[in-house]
Design a protein around this ligand. Structure first.
Ligand code: UDP
Length: 231
């Protein structure tokens, strides 16, 4: 079957005019693909975790591109026109934010912090402010406000979902797409795209284990899946 697009972690195949089949790979990259590796079983975890989270969000009124699970590693989604912004919501200081401001990781933020990066690998996904996104015509005021609103709602829902499973959602990245006049949550929701810290032990249960060469990468992904499915 001919590929429509192959990214770092997923392959997209056309399914008629309006849908796509997403295949989740075990390949992992970090630091703008300077670090590459394999996390056996990751594709299955990310497909199933994403599916469960998309379903949870849909059940609470957030419209997503998710249609259904097709297999262990594949889901069917609506074909959308991706808005080239990475929308990041942070609850604690971590990752690139800690580095940027010379802060230790873990400090709680006074309010959830929403940031945008321009989706552009060649430029290393640079931070972009709302005014620049508007001035460049990447989004209009209405779409921007919709994206911000959906991100904050998604954050509230996911924080609650994970808290009930002994995990703290520290930060996450979303991508949105347009379909007709609608803005839909797209891409994936997985330990590749969010930081999850075990509430009891503080252990990192996400891609930071791979980024930082910590042991037990596969086990952490499996444990997240177990908790997500156990409910
Ligand atoms: N993130 C992502 N894709 C990216 C950049 C970040 O999914 O290209 C996620 C990352 O996993 C984390 C959050 O967005 O949950 C914030 O990432 P940060 O800006 O701290 O960058 P990082 O330290 O991951 O490079």
């Amino acid at each position: 079957m001919e590929k429509l697009y192959e990214g770092k972690a997923k392959v997209l195949y056309p399914e008629g005019e309006e849908a796509l089949r997403v295949y989740f790979k075990d390949e992992a990259t970090a630091y703008n693909a300077q670090k590459r590796g394999l996390i056996p079983g990751k594709g299955v975890v990310n497909n199933k975790v994403s599916a469960a989270l998309f379903r949870h969000l849909e059940a609470h009124g957030v419209r997503t591109h998710f249609l259904k699970e097709l297999s262990d590693r594949e889901m069917l989604v609506w074909r959308v026109e991706i808005i080239p912004l990475e929308v990041i919501l942070r609850y604690r200081v971590a990752g690139s934010f800690a580095k940027r401001y010379g802060l230790p990781e873990g400090q709680a933020l006074k309010t959830p912090l929403l940031e945008f990066s321009l989706k552009n690998d060649a430029l290393g996904d640079p931070l972009i402010c709302e005014n620049a996104a508007l001035a460049l015509g990447i989004v209009d005021e209405e779409t921007l406000s919709r994206v911000k609103d959906l991100t904050l709602r998604t954050g509230d829902l996911l924080r609650g979902f994970f808290a009930a499973r002994g995990l703290e959602l520290v930060d996450f990245k979303l991508e949105f797409g347009r379909k007709g006049g609608q803005v839909l949550l797209a891409d994936e929701l997985s330990p590749d795209t969010m930081r999850l810290w075990d509430v009891q032990t503080g252990e990192r249960m996400d891609k930071d284990r791979f980024r930082r060469d910590l042991p037990g990468v596969e086990a952490a992904y499996q444990e997240v899946l177990r908790r997500v499915l156990e409910g």
